[in-house]
Design a protein around this ligand. Structure first.
Ligand SMILES: Cc1cc2nc3c(=O)[nH]c(=O)nc-3n(C[C@H](O)[C@H](O)[C@H](O)COP(=O)(O)O)c2cc1C
Length: 187
């Protein structure tokens, strides 16, 4: 009986402290990160997976309601779906699914293959379908050789109210280099 009484006296002092420590761990080491990416042929998906591992972030595939066929992706064909979309700045290909609230995320990485030196229009659809205000938004991309600069500048210009952080091209970037970049960003 005596020991039970002592336990009741001590417990309230132990548990709030434990809770505070758990809270501190959440604040510093485990910010909630979303790694959202569009990938037509798998290259950006592989980069996104490395980034998710490096950040401990959650992956979300930005998938088109209507998948892109090889013919859709033919950049030599001026009439192909990708050519038509990229020639129309207002094109917004429909998403297969919306992720929902962004409120729980501190940072949202947005990945894409560079198309005609830009982000594919479905990236615009993703951004416009989710409330990213207040989150850090960080672009990443893969390409056949183009840099990320032009596509990133275009995104910043189209969405000036978002809290952009400098993006990175992740062509053949290994996980160690990705971890170094993530650390540089402060995550
Ligand atoms: C329609 C289309 C346009 C492209 N335009 C460019 C470009 O302007 N510059 C470039 O370096 N690569 C370009 N590429 C190549 C892709 O960016 C590259 O293959 C990318 O890694 C593919 O990523 P994914 O497998 O995730 O779709 C283009 C590819 C497609 C299908």
């Amino acid at each position: 009986m005596k020991s039970l009484l002592i336990a009741f006296m001590i417990l309230p002092w132990i548990s709030p402290r434990a809770t505070a420590q758990e809270g501190a761990a959440r604040d510093t080491g485990n910010r909630r990160i979303l790694v959202a990416y569009f990938s037509a042929t798998g290259t950006t998906a592989a980069a996104a997976e490395k980034l998710a591992r490096a950040t401990g972030g959650e992956l979300f595939a930005i998938a088109p309601a209507q998948p892109y066929t090889d013919a859709d992706l033919d950049w030599n064909d001026k009439g192909s779906r990708s050519s038509a979309e990229m020639n129309d700045p207002k094109a917004r290909p429909a998403l297969k699914a919306v992720k929902g609230s962004m409120a729980g995320y501190d940072a949202v990485f947005v990945g894409y293959p560079i198309w005609w030196n830009l982000a594919p229009r479905i990236v615009n659809t993703f951004i416009e379908s989710h409330d990213l205000k207040g989150r850090s938004v960080i672009p990443f991309a893969t390409s056949g050789g183009s840099g990320i600069g032009n596509s990133e500048a275009a995104l910043r210009k189209t969405y000036p109210d978002l809290k952009w952080k400098n993006g990175k091209l992740l062509n053949r970037t290994d996980e160690k280099a990705i971890r170094a970049w993530v650390k540089e960003l402060g995550y």
